[in-house]
Design a protein around this ligand. Structure first.
Ligand code: SF4
Length: 166
């Protein structure tokens, strides 16, 4: 059975980012997977009830997604609102979606406090980044889903092919 891949809605071309833009990823293999109905599109933030546009958000004080999941850190938006609960809900809904569709892999948009898997912002709202994962990417990893970002598409494709040869 071919693997299914959870993909951030903004990478799939939907303008669901906080500023109502997308980060559409053009790749022939992704296009083929889409035609084969192997891509499962998900936006954890919209699933949790946010609308577009919305204020940008960051994990506070240089913390990471794992700290948020452990209830040791908060997600704050640019107005100062604590939106931790919604981010945790979005992560849980993304995990539920991944499990429902039996996704073993995820291709998520980097730098997001939800979907970031390599890099996130440092909580200062100054454009500074740091290595780390957002809340959804971290929760998916904690449950055995292999997470890749948009800069790792070729690595994802290789990994999926290798898994299917077994
Ligand atoms: Fe894209 Fe994820 Fe942010 Fe939704 S939560 S806009 S899918 S990066």
């Amino acid at each position: 059975m071919p693997s299914k891949i959870l993909i951030s809605a903004c990478l799939a071309g939907f303008s669901v980012r906080y500023n109502a833009t997308n980060k559409a990823l053009v790749n022939s293999t992704l296009q083929q997977w889409q035609e084969e109905h192997r891509l499962v599109v998900c936006c954890p933030e919209l699933a949790a009830g946010f609308s577009t546009p919305r204020p940008p958000a960051e994990i506070a004080a240089g913390a990471k997604g794992a700290d948020v999941i452990a209830l040791k850190a908060r997600v704050i938006d640019a107005t100062g609102s604590d939106i931790t609960a919604q981010y945790l809900l979005g992560a849980q809904l993304a995990l539920k979606t991944a499990r429902l569709h039996d996704c073993r892999f995820a291709l998520l948009s980097d730098r997001s406090p939800s979907c970031g898997s390599q890099t996130i912002y440092d909580g200062s709202f100054s454009g500074q980044t740091q290595p780390g994962s957002g809340v959804t990417a971290e929760l998916l990893r904690q449950h055995g889903i292999e997470v890749f970002c948009e800069h790792q598409v070729e690595a994802l494709i290789e990994r999926v092919k290798a898994a299917e040869k077994r």
